[in-house]
Design a protein around this ligand. Structure first.
Ligand code: 5GP
Length: 178
C-alpha cells in the first residue's frame, strides 16, 4: 500500500494533540517540581512532540537528541533496533525523561531502558510517548506517560513518517483500510 495525502484521515487533530501535551506537561511538572531534568528526544519521529512538550515544562531542563532506527521502509518494524547516534553526557544521578513518538512492539523502548540501566545510575528514568499501540507490543515495556492509545493502525504526521514523508503534518493521520 502507498499512502497518498488525499487518502489520509485525521486520527488526532492539532488541537487534540496540543491539549494532550499540556496535560502530560502538567503531570511532569508535578512529578519533577524544581528538580533538574535531562529530556532525551528520540530522533527523528519524536522531535515535534519533544519540542512542544518541553515548552510547557517549568523545571531546569537540558535537551539531548539521540537517533535510533527500527523501521526500514514501509509499515512493519524490522524487529531490530539500530543505534545510529546515541552519544549522551554523563547521566549518573540525573533525572532522565526519554521522549518518543510511538511505542509499537516496544523493542525500541526496551533497548533504550536497557541502555540507560547498563550505562548510568540515574536518579530516575521515565519514558514518555505520545502514542501507545498496546495491541502490537512484543515486550513487557509500558510507558510511564503516554498521550493516546491507538489500535494497530499505521499513522503518520506530527513527526511520524511514511518513507520520510508527512512528518510536517500538524495532525496525526492514517489510511482507512478498504
Ligand atoms: P517499536 O520499537 O516500539 O516497535 O517501534 C518504535 C518506532 O517505530 C517508533 O519510534 C516509530 O519510528 C516507528 N513506528 C511504530 N509504529 C509506527 C506507525 O504507526 N507509524 C510510523 N510512521 N512509525 C511507526
Amino acid at each position: 500500500m502507498d499512502i497518498k495525502a488525499e487518502d489520509l484521515k485525521i486520527l488526532f487533530s492539532e488541537d487534540q494533540i496540543q491539549t494532550k501535551i499540556k496535560e502530560i506537561a502538567a503531570e511532569l511538572n508535578t512529578l519533577y517540581g524544581s528538580e533538574e531534568v535531562y529530556a532525551i528526544c528520540v530522533l527523528k519521529g519524536a522531535v515535534f512532540f519533544a519540542i512542544d512538550l518541553v515548552k510547557h515544562l517549568n523545571m531546569p531542563l537540558k535537551m539531548e537528541f539521540i537517533r535510533l532506527s527500527s523501521y526500514g521502509s514501509g509499515f512493519a518494524s524490522s524487529g531490530k533496533v539500530n543505534a545510529v547516534d546515541i552519544s549522551l553526557p554523563d547521566l549518573n544521578g540525573k533525572n532522565v525523561l526519554i521522549i518518543e513518538d510511538i511505542i509499537d512492539t516496544g523493542l525500541t523502548a526496551k533497548f533504550l531502558m536497557d541502555f540507560m540501566h547498563c550505562n548510568f545510575k540515574t536518579k530516575s528514568t521515565k519514558f514518555c510517548s505520545l502514542l501507545d499501540k498496546k495491541i502490537t507490543r512484543k515486550t513487557d515495556i509500558e510507558p510511564d506517560y503516554y498521550g493516546f492509545e491507538i489500535d494497530n493502525k499505521f499513522v503518520v504526521g506530527y513527526g511520524l513518517d511514511y518513507e520520510g514523508y508527512y512528518r510536517n503534518l500538524k495532525y496525526i493521520g492514517y489510511v482507512e483500510e478498504k
